[in-house]
Design a protein around this ligand. Sequence first.
Ligand SMILES: Nc1nc2c(ncn2[C@@H]2O[C@H](COP(=O)(O)OP(=O)(O)OP(=O)(O)O)[C@@H](O)[C@H]2O)c(=O)[nH]1
Length: 255
Amino acid sequence: MLDINELFREEYSVLEEARLAAADAQLPAEVCREKLWAVSTHYQRLIRESYRLISRSDRAERELTRMNEQLQQLAARLEYEATHDPLTDVFNRSAIINQINSGLQEGDVALILLDIDHFKRINDEYGHPTGDRVICALVSRVRHAVPESAAIGRVGGEEFTIVLPNARVEEAMITASYIHASLNASPLDVLPQQLVTASFGVSLGVKGSSFETLYSEADGALYNAKKRGRNQVALHETFFRAPVKVNFARENIQH
Ligand SMILES: Nc1nc2c(ncn2[C@@H]2O[C@H](COP(=O)(O)OP(=O)(O)OP(=O)(O)O)[C@@H](O)[C@H]2O)c(=O)[nH]1
């Protein structure tokens, strides 16, 4: 802790002497000039010192602001990396689980599971790097086919989720069918020689239900889609009792 009296000891003593001199009417002019000179020298030193300290504190403040901005950028980057898949930039598994869980607290959540068909063959035939490009191109097509409110996530190597908060199962079926049709409409640019298709499992979690139940229902539907020959959309069996009407216009398909 700085002691102000100790810090300005010299200045206080010069001031005190000047005050005494001012009070002494008998003091010769020569002595008065000496005292005045001493006051002026110290005063100048104080101004120089204050200016140096102000500049230093300005520099420190600018540096602090710069470091603060860097810290905020770093925190945002870390937050992004912790929640996104590095290959495709969609949400990673844990981020999707969090989104589904919080969505289920607010209302119903529809879930589409998408699994690329025979992806191993694509890797085996064209190599892993081409496989990676296929994944990215497929995700880009999915992005174009889903509503803005949808959250796309990568939950496994070639398995993706499309989460539709506050959606009905019919909307999820339309979205899944739309992606399905888009993949069948034309090959991906990165693999023009063949179609890359996917199988889809769809289910709906009602408000208050758990991620695990919703995921396992969609996974069961996906399993059925694969079993029935792949390249199709399957709905979880709970919804068979209430028939789902899917109606989408082919001319709207983007590819
Ligand atoms: N290129 C690439 N391949 C991946 C990645 N993650 C997983 N894979 C591959 O995806 C393939 C998945 O193969 P399988 O689980 O047998 O499924 P599949 O061949 O798609 O067959 P079905 O799902 O039954 O239609 C494996 O060969 C994995 O090595 C990835 O990030 N990049």
